[in-house]
Ligand binder design. Structure first.
Ligand SMILES: Nc1ncnc2c1ncn2[C@@H]1O[C@H](COP(=O)(O)OP(=O)(O)OP(=O)(O)O)[C@@H](O)[C@H]1O
Length: 354
């Protein structure tokens, strides 16, 4: 991995047609002011911009080297964050998950015709460790150890088993990935940022018996907590996730900063870090020229069903909330809920059923 910050900068400058937020916000003056800075964990500007300079077709193009990187490299990161999340100020509220006994929403698709499955995830970082590009195999192992220790304290419906990636057969990995449970090492942006260094050391997946609560250990983020199930019961999925987070934060300390919320490796995820999605069959709506506009209007993002940067299969889309910063967790999930309800209404209309 290149540590030559001048060389990386030259690559970025040469990419005249790059549309990344890094290219837009890392001015020459900022580059010169930041290129010699280091965090106390040794994180540098090169660590933050490597992926975006090597992949000038990136959308964002910058990662944080470690939690402190959000302060040391704030001159560029703050601008990228505001631009990506479309906020004027970085005044993210304190976390608020709402009262899970009185959510006011449950199954978004009682007919069961459209929503295939529902998933809500958040990312968390251990406060005292760097992000993937700057840490070593020992750090990954130590994070794995403390994460698994905490996960093992979960009880009842959340109790489960940890499966390290090291030693997992390829067939098991493939099956878990195809079933949308497991991550892989195929994202070239993340790879260039050091996301797959020492692969598969320290990586693994925890899940309960029903595979409705899962945790990814040392994928892109130190931790990703995931609640998912078949069908459209967002209420159940969200409540399960909140219960798990509340329990786990008694054992683990997560990186958080005033005004930015929970810190994640990629600035696109910080704040609530919450992505609530449905896999939904919308063959009609997705074919209309206004589909993108419709999603934008309802603050939704549409993806293919095998994750970000993939295509739709058979008219099934991954529809999720777009906003993660500047609102509470409860508001983010409500925004997604309203958006999905609008999608269902529109698809029903286009299918001529109402
Ligand atoms: N509602 C859903 N139902 C079933 N599987 C889902 C759902 N939403 C996402 N997934 C699956 O989760 C996996 C990860 O997806 P993806 O990488 O797009 O999102 P993510 O985990 O939220 O992270 P990121 O936004 O950082 O990419 C994929 O296999 C995807 O198909």
């Amino acid at each position: 991995m290149s540590t030559d910050v001048e060389g990386l900068w030259k690559k970025l400058q040469a990419a005249k047609d790059s549309k990344s937020l890094l290219k837009k916000h890392l001015t020459e003056a900022k580059f010169n002011a930041l290129k010699g800075k280091k965090t106390s964990m040794g994180g540098t500007l090169a660590d933050c911009i490597r992926s975006g300079c090597e992949n000038t077709d990136s959308g964002v193009g910058i990662y944080a080297c470690d939690p402190e990187g959000y302060t040391v490299f704030a001159d560029v990161l703050d601008e990228v964050i505001k631009d990506y999340h479309k906020v004027d100020k970085l005044n993210h509220p304190e976390p608020k998950f709402g009262d899970i006994t009185k959510l006011g929403f449950g199954d978004l698709d009682p007919s069961g015709n459209m929503i295939v499955s529902t998933r809500v995830r958040v990312g968390r970082s251990h406060a005292n460790f760097g992000f993937p590009g700057v840490i070593k195999a020992e750090d990954r192992k130590e994070m794995e150890r403390i994460s698994v220790e905490a996960l093992k304290t979960l009880t009842g419906d959340l109790a489960g088993t940890y499966y390290p990636l090291e030693g997992m057969t390829e067939a098991t990995q493939k099956q878990l990935t195809d079933d949308h449970f497991l991550f892989n090492d195929s994202d070239r942006f993340l790879k260039a940022a050091g996301g797959y260094n020492d692969w598969p050391i320290g990586r693994g997946i925890f899940f309960n018996k029903n595979k409705t609560f899962l945790t990814w250990v040392n994928e892109e983020d130190h931790l990703r907590f995931i609640s998912m199930q078949k069908g459209g019961n967002l209420g159940e999925v969200y409540a399960r996730l909140v219960t798990a987070i509340e329990k786990l934060q008694e054992k683990l300390t997560f990186a958080k900063r005033k005004g930015l919320g929970y810190l994640t490796f990629c600035p696109s995820n910080l704040g609530t870090t919450l992505r609530a999605s449905v896999h939904i069959k919308i063959p009609k709506l997705s074919q209309t020229p206004e589909f993108k506009e419709f999603c934008d209007k309802h603050h939704l993002q549409a993806r293919g069903i095998h994750g970000e940067h993939t295509e739709s299969v058979g008219g099934v889309y991954d529809i999720s909330n777009k906003h993660r910063l500047g609102l509470t967790e409860f508001d983010a999930v409500q925004e997604m809920r309203r958006g999905v309800e609008a999608v269902i209404k529109e698809e029903t209309k286009l299918q001529g059923k109402k």
